[in-house]
Design a protein around this ligand. Structure first.
Ligand code: NAD
Ligand code: LMR
Length: 324
């Protein structure tokens, strides 16, 4: 029976996530327990959330606990979804949140280290998610580094949706889409390795400048565009990406395909600096075990851009050195 902790549980992503999670969107036909964590001031909202979850009478939701102490709520959890962090507002980059949000992940990493299952899979969503994830991972030395993920699935989904729209095909016709690097404005949505109906995306969409400039910049700026349009950062699409990130981890990846996750770079086959949480193409064996897919060819355009996003992650790591 999976035990799942969710931080930031009183926030907007959580409200879009918890009901489908409790209703089996990830763990189909499996009983599960939810442990909801937010700041002490949000206790009343968590209580209301627990009441609403109960009122749904989800057959497989066996237990809901809530509070503000990760050392209690993370006890023996199998999955920890770390949403709890401030979102950016218009005019900010995600990296601007580093000083404010980074310290949250020190305590949460320590709590995971002490009380979570030793196989816990951790998905960091709170921004800047790659470097927050690195902080949590550093404070959980008894857990495998591989089990820490920063959510880059929303970037992957955005890129797939845009390629499908341009090629006038179904999103399910698009495969092998990796977004390299940081979940930020330097991310590298890789159209060069993507496939549309099993052909190279660049053979189907023959406008090189659209792919290099418009596609790349639209995906990089999509989060900002959402903030401008709705006055708040994305929530429903982010919640859906949490569901898909978990599904991709617990189900074997179809032969020949991969998914994007921000994972530890120590043993990556692409020469990326060690000790970063970097968006890589991943293939799951099921049950949360995965490998970074090796051998993707990288042309000059993509390599140059990967160097920039890598540099940004190194700079972010320097900014939070005191917490590592
Ligand atoms: P929100 O402000 O609606 O909710 C955040 C919640 O976190 C609040 O309830 C707050 O009280 C709580 N929180 C703050 N510190 C906490 C702590 N120490 N422990 C537990 N809870 C704590 O924000 P949201 O829209 O739900 O977004 C959450 C985070 O996810 C933001 O940082 C946002 O930028 C990020 N985000 C990431 C992606 C992605 O693709 N990686 C996508 C969307 C949003
Ligand atoms: C997103 O990509 O939508 C989130 O990271 C929120 C943001 O700050 O853009």
């Amino acid at each position: 029976m999976p035990r799942i902790a969710v931080t930031g549980a009183a926030g907007q992503i959580a409200y879009n996530l918890l009901f489908s999670l409790a209703n089996g969107a990830v763990f189909k036909d499996e009983p599960l327990s939810l442990f909801l964590c937010d700041l002490p001031a949000f206790e009343q909202q968590l209580n209301a959330l627990a009441m609403e979850l109960e009122d749904c009478a989800f057959p497989n939701l066996k237990e809901v606990e809530f509070g503000s102490d990760p050392f209690k709520l993370f006890e023996r959890v199998d999955y920890a979804i770390l949403l709890g962090a401030k979102p950016r507002t218009a005019g900010m980059e995600r990296g601007d949140l580093l000083k404010e949000n980074g310290k949250i992940f020190v305590k949460q990493g320590q709590a995971l280290n002490e009380v979570a299952s030793k196989q816990v899979k951790v998905l960091v969503v709170g921004n800047p998610c790659n470097t927050n994830c690195l902080i949590a991972q550093h404070h959980a030395p008894s857990l495998p580094k591989k089990n820490f993920h920063a959510m880059m699935r929303l970037d992957q989904n955005r890129a797939i949706a845009l390629l499908a729209k341009k090629a006038k095909c179904s999103v399910s016709d698009v495969s092998r889409l990796v977004v390299w690097g940081n979940h930020s404005a330097t991310q590298v949505p890789d159209f060069t390795n993507a496939r549309i109906r099993n052909r190279a995306a660049s053979e189907v969409i023959r406008e090189k400048s659209w792919l290099q400039v418009e596609f790349t910049e639209t995906i990089r700026q999509r989060g900002t565009m959402i903030i401008h349009a709705r006055g708040k950062s994305s929530a429903a699409s982010a919640a859906h990406s949490v569901i898909e990130s978990l599904r991709s981890l617990i189900h074997p990846t179809p032969e020949g395909d991969f998914f994007t996750s921000g994972v530890n770079s120590d043993e990556n086959p692409y020469g990326i600096e060690k000790d970063l949480i970097f968006g890589f193409p991943c293939r799951s064996f099921g049950n949360g075990e995965y490998e970074i897919v090796s051998g993707l060819p990288l042309d000059y355009f993509i390599r140059e851009k990967i160097a920039v996003t890598q540099e940004e992650l190194i700079t972010e790591r320097e900014c939070v050195r005191e917490w590592l």
